[in-house]
Design a binder for this molecule. Sequence first.
Ligand code: BJ8
Length: 422
Amino acid sequence: NAAYKEMWEKLDLDIDAHDGLLAVLGKFYGDIYMSQQGRLKGMEYLDFVLSEVHGLRVKELQDAKAEGRKIIGTFCVFVPEELTLAANAVHVGLCAGADAGTEQAEKLVPRNTCALIKSFIGFKLARLCPYTESCDMVVGETTCDGKKKAYEAFAEHVNMHVMELPQTKSASARELFRSEVLRFKSELESLTGVTITPDKLAKGIKIVNDKRRALQRLSALRAANPAPISGRDALLINQVSFYDDPVRFTQSVNALCDEMEARIERGEGVVPEKTARLLLSGCPMAVPNWKLPYVMESSGAVIVGEESCIGTRNTRDLVDESADSLDAMIDAIVDRYMRIDCACFTPNTERLDNVVSMAKELKADGVVHYSLMFCQPYAHEALKVDSALREAGIPMLSIETDYSMEDVEQLKTRIEAFVEMV
Ligand code: BJ8
């Protein structure tokens, strides 16, 4: 498409490398997604969004920019989208799920850095990501050491704002987070020239809550047996939630949920009733990181939930909508975000309770814990999650991997053995 090419050139992408990336992505998507049987009709919207991920949606961002709106890029679910929307800006997730520009990335960050970090840096340095190139401000956060140090290097290439995140859930930690939410708010206001009023913030809260409600609905419907949707499709929906227009996305997910309800009523599913049901838990899986879900679902299992930031960790809690002053709304936002059970926090026992109750609610036969190689926080918690699940009588398999395809056969062997056992 010539118009897109012109847009990518304006964004200064490396056109040849970008063409190559789109070709690989298209093939990968075809193999992993289009080969599935019995998909919901509503997934056509997601297929469309994904086929236009570097096209139409990026064009929409350029149109928004032409109207004077700003684009805010993020890497973590701790950055409140409610405030971005209240400042009439667009919020997009920039986490990346494919190996790209690794050699260049390794000049900015050490080799033993997790694939997610290397990937967003690699995409930037190799000029492959139209989202990063569209951003007016990129927001980082002091979560894991890998990200926090990577942002120092990344700031040489983009306009960065880093939120200082606490490491505990104490009262003083809450105060710190509250002050950082306010600092983010001021930063947004000066970037956009928009003053965030209670009215605007209430609208932002409502839009993001509605998106979360739709995703909660989807998540709850997956308790049905036979599973009404594949884990791959559900993961894709969660991935797309980070960059699609939130209102349009919410409508599409609700329409998909209507279809799922009808399917459940007919007793139908994507797999037979006896299929092993697995919960996936751990590090976030950014687009197009579909390797492990694909291996799991081609090993005789179906994934019934994602206990992850690209999953329920981002959708489980809502912001209280009853506040009417700006101050009270900020408090409601702070309270909601301080409930996120990220492994960067210490202690983080809520996560153990959440994994166990999620496995029970979704009637999972077992849990696959996924850590990215070199991710300390989730590797540590893999051990804790394992013992919490063992106590509850739920088997767990711990997987550590990255974005390369080299271990696919080995993963398949381990997962098939686990599926046999559960
Ligand atoms: S709230 S999980 S999105 S920090 S995989 S980069 S932790 S070394 S992503 Fe996260 Fe926010 Fe927490 Fe969620 Fe570091 Fe681990 Fe890499 Fe990670």
